[in-house]
Design a protein around this ligand. Structure first.
Ligand code: NDP
Length: 473
């Protein structure tokens, strides 16, 4: 039997996706490179462990027989480390392929690499898809959220399998939908990850305030978060945080033993760069990337904390502080999502991708790391008609108006205590700047005109006219 799909790379994601594909009854071929000097044959072991009687499962450590084992036109999913490894695999398989085969890159590739690869495949009539896949190992196994972009023809061919393995939303619709041309699928995944960065950092900041200002134990905080989750604030990230806070190691909380030095796989960084390049305000995204960057300077932080050990007085807080934090948490989360969707919309317009943000919100309601009650609400709001900024929906306006003061007071207590709260501060800065009719940018314009003769517009004159003043006189 020829296989209906082939998967290249049996790492965390590839291995779990392969099991997912098998469980849906597709005949499958898998390939993993055989590294010189390494005894273990990953593909062979995979087949030995997972072969079943219902579907055919073939394993290879050479690409040529792997490609030959696939039904034509072929569907091949590459799940290797992003970057050079993807190009290396593509270079090796390209001579073995035929026109109309479909090659899918399901890793976290940079969307510009995806555009380049698609163009090159296009010249030889091979359909290339750059597909964002979110959900981690568990999602890959049980149903991830899938963001396919690129060749429409390729998508039509792969749709049956992608829909089958994807998570399902509350209406049992697959959390997979064609995103758009070029690198749009990987771009959307990149923005997904940057919203994720913001939400993770937000939870870390709220945890810090509950722990050290409200003086709650990890167990207490887990219970507080559980209460929040019952009030339409549940999310996958909140759920895992609750589990993390309860985890004990030799009788003590494991969280207290983990080094506070964080890494990143690059997608948050990429979003920050893209947002800055396009002149889009993305305060919470930048803040969460910067928070990771500064956390990585552990040794320096230890040193400077000794030099600057200032006696910050942690303010006394009432029990209502916890309610305020709950409201602040929700407000910041809304702002962070609003920023993420705005980034998608503006880059979509620039590239004429015509992204359907309603559909994107829908495929993010399950399977992916940022699935949440809020995402359900957003999907519902966006389904009402043409896209508009999340912060402009009347329901959201009402909520923000009632709750924004809680963000202010939470920030006040946290900053007085000497805690860095980059995402909460970033969200507040974004919100106040965005909702201010008359900002202080008039002074910036005057300064620019002063030293660089950049000119400025006047509010008492036509905006078509530009003025320059000789400021030195
Ligand atoms: P792993 O490190 O678990 O697996 C990487 C796979 O790539 C392995 O099969 C490895 O083979 C193979 N590989 C690495 N370099 C080469 C090469 N030069 N030639 C051929 N094969 C190579 O990674 P993940 O499964 O976690 O990630 C795969 C992709 O999915 C990445 O782009 C990642 O960013 C993305 N992703 C990961 C998620 C996660 O939660 N882990 C979530 C969503 C996307 P070998 O075993 O021989 O080293």
């Amino acid at each position: 039997i020829k296989s209906q799909i082939g998967i290249i790379g049996l790492g965390v994601m590839g291995g779990n996706l392969a099991l997912n594909v098998l469980s849906k009854g597709f005949h499958l071929s898998v390939f993993n490179r055989q590294v010189l000097g390494k005894e273990e044959n990953v593909a062979k072991n995979f087949v030995e462990t997972h072969a079943n009687k219902k579907t055919s499962l073939l394993g290879f450590d050479h690409l040529s027989p792997f490609i030959d084992s696939l039904e034509t036109p072929r569907t091949i999913l590459i799940m290797v480390k992003s970057g050079e490894a993807v190009d290396a695999i593509i270079n090796e398989i390209t001579p073995l392929l035929n026109a109309n085969d479909c090659v899918i890159d399901g890793g976290n590739s940079h969307y510009k690499d995806t555009i380049r690869r698609e163009l090159s495949f296009d010249t030889i009539n091979i359909n290339f898809l750059g597909v964002g896949i979110s959900g981690g190992a568990e999602g890959a196994l049980n149903g991830p959220s899938i963001m396919p972009g690129g060749s429409k023809k390729g998508y039509k061919q792969a749709k049956k399998i992608l829909d089958a393995i994807a998570a399902k939303d509350i209406n049992n619709t697959p959390c997979s939908a064609y995103i758009g041309p070029g690198g749009s699928g990987h771009f959307v995944k990149m923005v997904h990850n940057s919203i994720e960065y913001g939400e993770m950092q937000l939870l870390a900041e709220i945890y810090q305030l509950l722990r050290y200002v409200a003086k709650k134990s990890p167990e207490d905080i887990a219970t507080i978060f559980e209460n929040w989750s019952t009030r339409k604030k549940n999310s996958y990230l909140l759920e895992i945080t609750i589990k993390i806070l309860r985890k004990k190691d030799n009788g003590a909380y494991l969280i207290d033993k983990i080094l506070d030095k964080t890494g990143q796989n690059g997608t948050g960084n990429w979003s920050a760069v893209e947002g800055i390049r396009a002149g889009i305000p993305i305060d919470t995204i930048i803040a969460s990337v910067m928070a990771r960057n500064i956390s990585s300077r552990k040794e320096q932080r230890v040193l400077t904390s000794e030099i600057y050990r200032l006696d910050y007085k942690i303010p006394e807080v009432e029990e209502t502080f916890i309610n305020q934090l709950e409201e602040a948490y929700y407000v910041v989360s809304i702002i962070n999502h609003s920023i993420g969707f705005d980034l998608l919309q503006r880059i979509s317009e620039r590239n004429s991708w015509e992204l359907n943000l309603s559909e994107i919100a829908q495929i993010w309601t399950n399977g992916c790391i940022i699935r949440s009650d809020l995402m359900q609400t957003i999907a519902l709001l966006f389904s009402e008609g043409t896209y508009q900024d999340l912060l402009l929906f009347p329901e959201i306006v009402a909520l923000m108006k009632t709750n924004i003061s809680s963000l202010q007071t939470s920030l006040q207590s946290g900053l007085l205590s000497g805690f860095a709260l980059p995402v909460m501060s970033g969200a507040a800065n974004y919100f106040f700047a965005y909702t201010t009719a008359n900002s202080s940018a008039n002074l910036i314009q005057a300064q620019r005109d002063f030293f660089g003769a950049h000119t400025y517009q006047r509010i008492d004159k036509s905006l078509n006219d530009f003025f320059h003043t000789d400021w030195k006189i």
